[in-house]
Design a protein around this ligand. Structure first.
Ligand code: RIB
Ligand code: CA
Length: 315
């Protein structure tokens, strides 16, 4: 982990195969300074996502970054984990040692608050799971929320969904939380499936992870091999899309993700569309823009960025 003067960030995640890559990207690039990691229930239960975050950071040799568990269920409704995609552990595929670090003895939302209030410059919140923790911060600690530089979240889509026909998993899991974030008035960037589905972990990418023969490289390759099997079985994808690290990449190098300002609403009551992100790209309504919405990705630059971070952490 580089000591650096990079932009301070907190990653809120639900590891999760692609969350793991997001953590490695944030830890390995010195243009961001990983102040802390908070976990949320989503891909798996909070206990599992928290254990997975500790395992990934431990394997990457990341020390001194506090990890704290946040909310264990969405603001309303039941938690429906994505076991069909991420497995029973939430990080199936690689064999991982037990976590070396301990989870911080503080609630994840409280850790977020402390890090934001204590930071010498505004903090960017990068959320790669359901937005439950972020929404809790904004409602329970508005003074901290007001000091956030930007909220960058992987979630939603300008098109179809993945968990329901029009709903993406992170938003469908907690639509009320997403609605709070998008109504907050804070600077928000939405990285949706319309862009993340372009970042596919092909055989060549997996081979590049595996090439140096390091434990971390093997871990990434084994992660993506498992992820490929579930994406093929469930969605018929030839290669798995790595959603979450694109949110981190957009903070490290904004040139990698092209965005447009647009109004984004979250459907909360639709019989068939609850959890859909309704993005008014053509300004057909009188709603004001409330988010920068990702509409383009420099795929090659993204993979170069991620590989460079993994290679750096292997040293
Ligand atoms: O829909 C994809 C998102 O849901 C990713 O963040 C993935 O990790 C899951 O959380
Ligand atoms: Ca995730």
């Amino acid at each position: 982990m580089r000591e650096s003067g990079g932009r301070p960030v907190i990653v809120d995640c639900d590891p999760g195969h692609d969350d793991a890559l997001a953590l490695l990207l944030a830890a390995g690039d010195d243009r961001v300074r990983l102040l802390g990691v908070t976990t949320v229930a989503g891909n798996q239960t909070l206990e599992k996502t928290t254990r997975n975050a500790l395992k990934v950071l431990g394997l990457a040799g990341v020390a001194g970054v506090p990890v704290a568990a946040g909310r264990d269920r969405p603001l309303s409704g039941e938690l429906n984990v994505a076991e069909d995609i991420h497995g029973s552990s939430g990080l199936d595929g690689p064999v991982l040692d037990l976590p070396v670090a301990e989870v911080a003895d503080v609630d994840g939302v409280e850790l977020m608050r402390r890090l934001i209030v204590g930071s010498d410059e505004p903090v960017t919140l990068i959320a790669t799971g359901p937005l439950t923790n972020v929404a809790a911060l904004l409602t329970e600690h508005p003074e901290a929320g007001a000091r956030v530089r930007r909220i960058v979240f992987m979630g939603g889509s300008t098109g179809r969904g993945n968990t329901t026909p029009y709903g993406e998993f992170n938003i469908v899991t907690d639509p009320e939380a997403a609605d709070i974030v998008l109504r907050s008035g804070l600077p928000v960037t939405m990285i949706g499936l319309n862009v993340t589905h372009q970042a596919l972990a092909t055989e060549e990418i997996i081979a590049e992870f595996r090439a140096p023969g390091t434990r971390l490289g093997e871990f990434c390759a084994d992660l993506m091999t498992f992820f490929a099997s579930t994406y093929l079985r469930v969605f018929g994808f030839e290669h798995p899309p790595v959603h979450d690290p694109i949110a981190v990449a957009s903070v490290i190098d904004p040139r990698i993700v092209r965005t447009v300002a647009a109004p984004v609403a979250v459907e909360l009551s639709g019989t068939y569309t609850r959890g859909a992100t309704v993005v008014d790209l053509h300004r057909r309504t009188d709603r004001d823009p409330n988010a920068e919405v990702a509409v383009g990705l420099d795929v090659d630059a993204f993979w170069r960025l991620l590989m460079a971070s993994v290679r750096h952490l292997e040293k």
